[in-house]
Design a protein around this ligand. Structure first.
Ligand code: DX5
Ligand code: ZN
Length: 218
């Protein structure tokens, strides 16, 4: 535990006042902006795409953690990198050749994340764990903010941490979906390094205070 990062998810922001919410995050204790890109094919929802990422990138003063919930991600990686992504996370389930997709991301110079859905076995990541910067372990089925956290994520996180340790890997663990003050500490104890939080931050009365609460868990 210690030194974990907080990545508020823009999906829960007020899109009619996006600049205000970006500035709120800029002046908060948050570390990254988590940006959810959904295609309505891999997930049953469409969020936003490149023009909105471009707008976020214009005002955001922290790293952009771009989570691609899209099929054929390899087609768009270069563009997302050009738009200012610092991390690009693709889904294991969407890649026919994950090794190639990892290489494409690395070639753009941004950090590589691989996300897995709650029903994908953590073990599938073993052969990639020394090639990627981060695993994004979903705490919900991707598509929507505000869903209930799936409890078996704790155990999956511990299993992933074991895999990382036994492979001598520097890979970080990000938890995305359903994160709140009721599970954050336990997730950190299970080895998480980065916590994404959407509705828990943006639906709270004082989002900056909520971000500090998550950041200051020791
Ligand atoms: C879910 C997205 C998440 C979402 C998290 O498909 O990938 O990043 O915004 O929202 P909460 O924290 O409300 O579950
Ligand atoms: Zn996400």
């Amino acid at each position: 535990m210690g030194n974990h990062l907080i990545a508020p998810s823009i999906l829960s922001a007020d899109f009619s006042n996006l600049k205000t919410d970006i500035e709120m995050i800029n002046s908060s204790q948050a570390d990254w902006f988590h940006v959810d890109i959904m295609d309505g094919v891999f997930v049953p929802n469409i969020s936003f795409g490149m023009p909105v990422l471009k707008a976020i990138s214009k005002y955001a003063k922290k790293e952009l953690d771009v989570h691609l919930m899209i099929i054929n991600p390899e087609k768009y990686i270069e563009k997302f990198a050009e738009l200012g992504s610092d991390n690009i996370t693709i889904h294991y389930e969407t890649c026919n050749n994950l090794d190639d997709t990892i290489k494409i991301i690395k070639h753009t110079g941004v950090k590589v994340g691989v996300a897995i859905n709650p029903d994908t076995d953590v073990k599938v990541l073993a052969k990639y764990i020394n090639k990627i910067d981060m695993v994004c372990l979903m705490g919900v089925f991707p598509g929507f903010s505000g869903q209930k956290f799936i409890e078996k994520t704790f155990q999956r996180c511990s299993e992933l941490r074991q895999m990382i340790i036994s492979n001598n890997s520097k890979c970080q663990i990000e938890i995305d979906g359903g994160v709140s003050d009721t599970n954050a500490r336990k997730l950190l104890e299970c080895g998480a390094n980065i916590l994404v939080a959407g509705s828990f931050v943006f639906k709270s009365e004082n989002p900056q205070k909520t971000i500090s609460t998550l950041k200051n868990i020791i």
